[in-house]
Design a protein around this ligand. Structure first.
Ligand code: HEC
Ligand code: HEC
Length: 389
């Protein structure tokens, strides 16, 4: 299907009407995609075609529930007057990446009427959670994952595999402390997520719909989302599968328009990196720009490689093929949040850029030491630079 037809077919389903076949390609896709991103999904069955299928268990009703205005997790004040992080999830897994046999991949903190959520969680000052079912399985740990901001991210689709693997090869050859490696998954080289586990933006979006909101699509045909076979009440709830959506709760064009929306969210253009950023070793991992297939420079501030970040950032929750202490270099692309509303690192354990650097260990220990040895003024210049990216 052409792009224009994609948007039109999705729009027509929602508006219940057919639109004129006028010249309107990407901006229309992005606008329809944004509507799906902001949509508050409701449980099936519902009379409005294409808005149901939520859950049965879910972490949020919408993408924007965690990525508010396409940004990432941020600090909020809860009803009890205490600060917490909105847009974070509790991820379950063993060190080798097996998920929990009862709770599955992540803690589903909400449920459709008639079902109980799996539990609840607070993220500040550190993770605390309770479970409404049995304790976690043997060897299963709980880890925090913040929703990253989404500006500039969909562009990583345009980075060819060679651009990623060549840096891993250069790291290995240099014999230095930085030894990144690509996450080679059964579907290709990973680019998205804290562990670079997802290959394409479509895969990442379909996965978010399935596991965070409970909506199936051709890529993740799971109408029950993250429910496990042990969660029988969840499995017997109605689902929103429909022939209008390729037999799923969402069709591929619907995923496609959300991808168009994310592609419309641009990062700030890259200018020459601050010399201090390079001389303290940050740029060895946080590579300012990657070269796209068409030769263009994409703002990145990541090498899209996994690095051993040491025991301080090891939460004992691995993913298939990725160790619990390995993380994708976080792309230092800021969204629109003010620095005081942000939290840093996969678990939000850092309140400032300085805190985040202090927690760099393993392959980044050398760079952290260089940062710590800087004069106060230079530290401030470097931090201001990172905050302004
Ligand atoms: C319950 C909260 C939550 C919801 C709802 C949610 N996300 Fe996310 N999102 C996350 C978290 C947490 C991560 C990081 C996951 C990981 O790496 O383990 C993430 C990662 C992503 C990424 C990868 C970003 C990067 O830096 O690689 C994209 C893209 C994304 N989400 C898009 C979406 C879209 C589109 C939706 C709606 C379909 C959505 N998310 C719904 C929490 C959420
Ligand atoms: C060996 C590779 C490596 C080096 C060198 C390195 N980083 Fe990082 N950086 C990472 C990884 C990997 C993460 C994600 C870690 C996590 O979330 O647990 C990260 C996370 C960050 C974050 C948090 C970003 C976010 O979105 O939460 C900041 C800020 C940061 N680094 C700044 C720096 C600065 C400044 C330097 C230089 C002084 C530096 N880093 C050096 C790999 C590196």
């Amino acid at each position: 299907m052409t792009r224009r037809l994609q948007a039109l077919s999705v729009l027509a389903l929602f508006a219940g009407m057919l639109l004129p076949d006028a010249g309107c390609a990407d901006p229309l896709d992005a606008a329809v995609g944004k509507a799906l991103f902001d949509r508050q999904w409701i449980p099936a069955p519902s009379s409005t075609n294409g808005t149901d299928g939520l859950g049965p268990l879910f972490a949020s009703r919408s993408c924007t529930g965690c990525h508010a205005r396409a940004d990432g997790a941020h600090v909020v004040v809860r009803d009890d007057g205490k600060p917490d992080i909105a847009g974070a999830v509790v991820r379950f897994g063993t060190a080798d990446g097996t998920t929990d046999s009862y709770y599955g991949l992540e803690l589903q903190t909400n449920a459709i009427p008639g079902l109980k959520p799996e539990g609840s969680a607070r993220f500040l000052p550190h993770l605390s959670y309770n479970l409404n079912g049995p304790p976690l399985g043997e060897g299963v740990h709980a880890g925090v994952r913040l929703a990253p901001q989404l500006f500039g991210k969909a562009k990583f689709d345009d980075v060819p595999d060679e651009e990623i693997v060549k840096r891993a090869a250069a790291n290995a050859k240099s014999g230095g402390p930085v030894k990144g490696r690509a996450n080679v998954t059964p579907h290709g080289i990973g680019r998205y997520g804290w562990k670079a586990a997802h290959v394409s933006i479509d895969e990442q979006i379909a996965r978010a719909f399935a596991f965070d909101i409970g909506l199936s699509s051709p890529l993740f045909p799971l109408p029950y989302g993250d429910c496990t076979t042990a969660e029988t009440a969840c499995l017997s709830a109605p689902n929103g599968e429909s022939p209008a959506f390729e037999g799923r709760e969402l069709s591929s064009p619907m995923i496609g328009v959300v991808a168009s929306y994310l592609k419309s969210l641009r990062a700030r253009p890259v200018t020459e990196a601050l010399a201090l950023f390079t001389s303290t070793g940050c740029a060895a991992c946080h590579v300012p720009a990657l070269t796209a297939r068409d030769g263009r420079q994409i703002p990145a501030f990541t090498d899209l490689l996994l690095h051993d970040m040491g025991p301080g950032l090891d939460d004992h929750v691995g993913e298939p093929g990725v160790k619990s202490f390995e993380w994708r270099t976080a792309p230092l692309i800021n969204g629109r949040l003010r620095p005081e509303d942000r939290r840093y690192l996969h678990d939000g354990s850092a309140a400032t850029v300085e805190d985040a650097i202090e927690r760099h260990g393993g392959e980044a220990e050398h760079s952290r030491n260089l940062f710590e040895a800087l004069k106060v003024d230079d530290k401030k210049r470097l931090v201001d630079y990172v905050n302004g990216l």
